[in-house]
Design a protein around this ligand. Structure first.
Ligand code: TYD
Ligand code: MG
Length: 455
C-alpha cells in the first residue's frame, strides 16, 4: 500500500530529518533544510529479517578474487580519454558538472557522435530540433560513424523502456536535475528525486554493464547541485570549467574510481564545437611586444601536465584611500599575502598602490609555483622595467620572502626548454637532476636576490 510521507532533507549534505530544522544537525549549515513529499511504495526490510532463502553473496578472500583489468571503451577524444584514465569503463557512471553555458552538452554530444558505439542521448532540457541543430553544427558535413539516438524524456521508467527497445551501448542523461521517478512525489531537481533517479541509473549500469554519462548543473557555490551524496554515488566526477568570455575550457576529474585525478584536459570552444588542445603552453602565452612591462611567464604543472602561463600585473597609484586589489584566475588572499611579503621583506611601498593581477587565457591556477612569476610581474609593473621575453619562473614564495622549491622541477624545466626559453628561475633548494639542460637555470633563495638580478 502506498503511503504519503513528508521528510526534510538538507540541501547541503543530504541528511534526512524527521522535522523542519533551522540548522542541519549533521553539517551545521543554516537554512538548508527543505521539505519533500515522498511516496513510499513498500516498507523496507531490515537486513536481519530479509529473505534468507535468496542466494546470498559470500565473503571471499581477496587473494581468491581474479584480477581482471576493467574493460574500457575509448572515446576517440584524446583529452577526455586522458582525464578518464584511458576511456569509459564498462558499467561505470560518470557525472559531468559545470556552469550553465560552459559546453557540457556540446562536449557530450560531440563524443556521442564520434564514438563507434551505439549511444542513447536522453535530453530533458532541449528539444529534438535543438539537438539536431547542434549536431549539424558539430559535424559540418562529416558522415556519422555510429548510431546516435535522441530521446526527449524525463521519466526514468520511460527511459528504461526505451533502453530496452533500443539496446544502446552507452546512455547519456542531460541532465540529472531534470529527471524524475514515479516512486517519489517530490519535484524534479529536488534532493530525493536526484538521489532516487541516480540510484536507479547506477543499478542499471552495474547490472547491464552499460556506462551512463550524467550531466549535472552546479549551484552558485560551484559544487554540483543536489546533495553531496550524488558525488559519492557515482564512479567518476568530472568538472568542466573555464571563463565563459574566453574560449579555453578545462576538464578535470574530481573523483575517479578507475584512475588518477591528476590528469587534465584542455579544449578550445570554436564555432563547430570543442577542439582538443595538445600543446596548451603555446596558446596560453599571448603574442606580445618585447618591451611590455608587468608580465612574467610561469612554468606550472597542472596535475602531471606542464603548462607555461603568462601572469600580467598592473600596479598604479591608488586614487582613493584604500588601495584596490583584484585578481583574475589567482587567489586574492594569496595575492594579499604576496603583497605583504613584498612590503615587509623587499621594502616596496605597495600600500599606496592599486594592484591588478590577471592570468592570461582565463584559466584558474592552483599550483603554488606560479608565485614567483606573480612577484616578478608586480615588480616589473611597479618598476616599469620589462622582463626579457625568454625568461620564465617556477617557485613558491614563503611568508619570510624565501623562494621555496616546487615538485617535479625537472618536468617544468624541460617544458620551458622545449618552448625555447633561455633562462628559468627556480629555488636554490630544488633538487635538479644532473642533466645537460640547454636552458640556463638560475637559482635564487630570496626575493631580494631576484630583484637584484632583474631590475
Ligand atoms: P552548451 O553545451 O549548451 O552548454 P551547457 O550544456 O554546459 O549549458 O554550450 C553552450 C555554449 O557553447 C553556447 O553559448 C554557444 C557555445 N557553442 C560554441 O561556441 N560552438 C559550438 O559549436 C557550440 C555547439 C556551442
Ligand atoms: Mg546543456
Amino acid at each position: 500500500m502506498s503511503k504519503q510521507k513528508t521528510l526534510y532533507f538538507c540541501q547541503n549534505c543530504g541528511a534526512q530529518h524527521a522535522k523542519m530544522l533551522g540548522k542541519c544537525t549533521t553539517c551545521n549549515e543554516w537554512g538548508t533544510v527543505v521539505e519533500e513529499i515522498i511516496e513510499k511504495q513498500e516498507t523496507k526490510l531490515n537486513w536481519k529479517t530479509s529473505n534468507t532463502k535468496k542466494k546470498l553473496p559470500k565473503a571471499i578472500k581477496i587473494e581468491d578474487i581474479s584480477s581482471e583489468k576493467e574493460d574500457r571503451i575509448p572515446t576517440n577524444n584524446k583529452e577526455l580519454d586522458t582525464v578518464l584514465g584511458g576511456g569509459i569503463v564498462k558499467g561505470s557512471v560518470i557525472l559531468l558538472g559545470g556552469e550553465p553555458g560552459i559546453g557540457k552538452s556540446t562536449l557530450i554530444l560531440q563524443i556521442a557522435l564520434q564514438i563507434p558505439q551505439k549511444v542513447l542521448y536522453v535530453s530533458g532540457e532541449e528539444s529534438k530540433n535543438q539537438i539536431k541543430m547542434r549536431a549539424e553544427r558539430l559535424q559540418k558535413g562529416k558522415i556519422p560513424v555510429n548510431e546516435c539516438l535522441i530521446l526527449t524524456e524525463t521519466k526514468t521508467q520511460n527511459i528504461f523502456k526505451s533502453i530496452e527497445e533500443t539496446q544502446p551501448e552507452i546512455v547519456v542523461i542531460d541532465s540529472i536535475q531534470t529527471l524524475h521517478t514515479d516512486y517519489i512525489e517530490a519535484s524534479p531537481g529536488s534532493i530525493s528525486q536526484i538521489r532516487e533517479t541516480t540510484a536507479e541509473l547506477i543499478k542499471f549500469a552495474k547490472e547491464t554493464g552499460t556506462p551512463v554519462l550524467l550531466i549535472g548543473h552546479i549551484n552558485k557555490e560551484g559544487s554540483i547541485a543536489g546533495p553531496k551524496i550524488l558525488e559519492h554515488m557515482v564512479d567518476v566526477v568530472l568538472q568542466f570549467e573555464g571563463d565563459r568570455n574566453h574560449t579555453y575550457r578545462i576538464l578535470r576529474a574530481n573523483k575517479n574510481r578507475f584512475g588518477s585525478t591528476a590528469e587534465l584536459g584542455i579544449y578550445e570552444m570554436l564555432g563547430n564545437g570543442l577542439r582538443e588542445i595538445e600543446n596548451p603552453s603555446e596558446i596560453l602565452i599571448s603574442e606580445k611586444e618585447s618591451d611590455l612591462t608587468g608580465t612574467a611567464i610561469a612554468a606550472t604543472l597542472e596535475g602531471i601536465r606542464p603548462l607555461m602561463i603568462e601572469v600580467q600585473a598592473l600596479v598604479s597609484t591608488a586614487v582613493y584611500g584604500t588601495p584596490q586589489r583584484s585578481a583574475t584566475g589567482y587567489n586574492i588572499k594569496r595575492l594579499n599575502m604576496i603583497l605583504a611579503v613584498l612590503e615587509k621583506k623587499a621594502g616596496f611601498r605597495l600600500g599606496a598602490k592599486d594592484v591588478f593581477l590577471n592570468i592570461a587565457g582565463g584559466i584558474k591556477i592552483d599550483d603554488p609555483a606560479i608565485d614567483l612569476a606573480v612577484v616578478c610581474a608586480i615588480l616589473s609593473s611597479n618598476e616599469d622595467v620589462a622582463i626579457p621575453q625568454n625568461y620564465c619562473f617556477s617557485a613558491e614564495v614563503g611568508l619570510a620572502g624565501e623562494i621555496r622549491a616546487v615538485n617535479k622541477v625537472d618536468q617544468r624545466i624541460l617544458e620551458a626548454e622545449k618552448l625555447g626559453f633561455e633562462q628559468i628561475f627556480v629555488s636554490k633548494y630544488c633538487k635538479i637532476p644532473n642533466k645537460n639542460y640547454q636552458i640556463k637555470i638560475v637559482k635564487v633563495a630570496k626575493i631580494e636576490e631576484i630583484y637584484q638580478l632583474l631590475f
